[in-house]
Design a protein around this ligand. Sequence first.
Ligand SMILES: NC(=O)c1ccc[n+]([C@@H]2O[C@H](COP(=O)([O-])OP(=O)(O)OC[C@H]3O[C@@H](n4cnc5c(N)ncnc54)[C@H](O)[C@@H]3O)[C@@H](O)[C@H]2O)c1
Length: 302
Amino acid sequence: MNTENTIKKIGTVAVLGAGNMGNQITESLVRIAGYKVNIMDISMELANKGIEAIDSRLEKHFVAKGKMSTDDKKAVMGKIKAFASVEEVAKGADYVIEAVIENLALKKDIFKKLDEVTRPDVILTSNTSMLNITEMASATRKPEKVAGMHFFNPVAMMKLVEVVKGARTAPETIEVVKAMSIKLGKEPVVCQDFSYGFLANRAYRGLSNEAIQMVWERVASPQDIDKALKLGYNLPMGPLELSDMTGSWGLRASSEEDAIRELGSEKGKLHPLIRMMVRAGYPGGVGKKGMYAFYEEIFSKL
Ligand SMILES: NC(=O)c1ccc[n+]([C@@H]2O[C@H](COP(=O)([O-])OP(=O)(O)OC[C@H]3O[C@@H](n4cnc5c(N)ncnc54)[C@H](O)[C@@H]3O)[C@@H](O)[C@H]2O)c1
């Protein structure tokens, strides 16, 4: 079947994980592309929490600004159904996007279950930021139907989707994932399933590591390093404040072994400043302190 026909046949998309990314991706699927979405998390409470987050974003950014009527919002929200099991959410789905926490063993387990409950023709994708697509695909009997579909945060604003080709992903699958991305208003870029962080995150890691090294050498404060990068390269945010916001310091500290295995010891090794910050309780992320606070409260006084 050609790409156009495959895309036309998709009516219901299953999204696994109703957290930050899962609920934002769901919003794009229902609001922009008009799909029905079955969304799941480990409990109905968490699945519904994800749905409530979509509702309040639509209210704030669309209804309150006169860009959407209350009735239209109701119609959009009516397309989403909550579930708390992989079997239920994926049964009858025509396309799947997995967006659970970044844990390869868990994702493999989920792909195995997805393989058991979806039709053989259904494409299974993962929104993983850096884990191996080929390995997830190996948990299924249809590795040719498995690909990476890596959205960026915040989903409504970021145009990029990295479409990741696993070792056994079929070219037709890649075409459908690209077409799906375009339907959601995104610009897909295809890459191979090599290394850690695909394209954008892998390159950004170099920039971020150098910024950290400059804090370590006390070349300037984190604020001034970010300011120089923002003004010098027209970036919307500096790499240090971005990691403070997303909490990626904590994620990097917990995945050092994987990073070394995938990128080699020179690129994958955790910078001692990150280790120091995370150990001191400054991993960044929602409601948590990160590099800016650590510098001001501790590092600048050492
Ligand atoms: N946050 C980002 O900026 C970003 C950007 C691109 C990609 N990603 C990737 O997207 C994925 C999700 O990240 P996130 O930021 O939304 O995380 P999150 O913690 O906000 O959400 C993850 C959700 O997965 C749920 N979950 C855990 N185990 C589950 C299971 N067995 N079944 C179903 N749901 C389960 C959690 O309860 C949580 O609601 C990760 O792979 C991450 O690397 C994140």
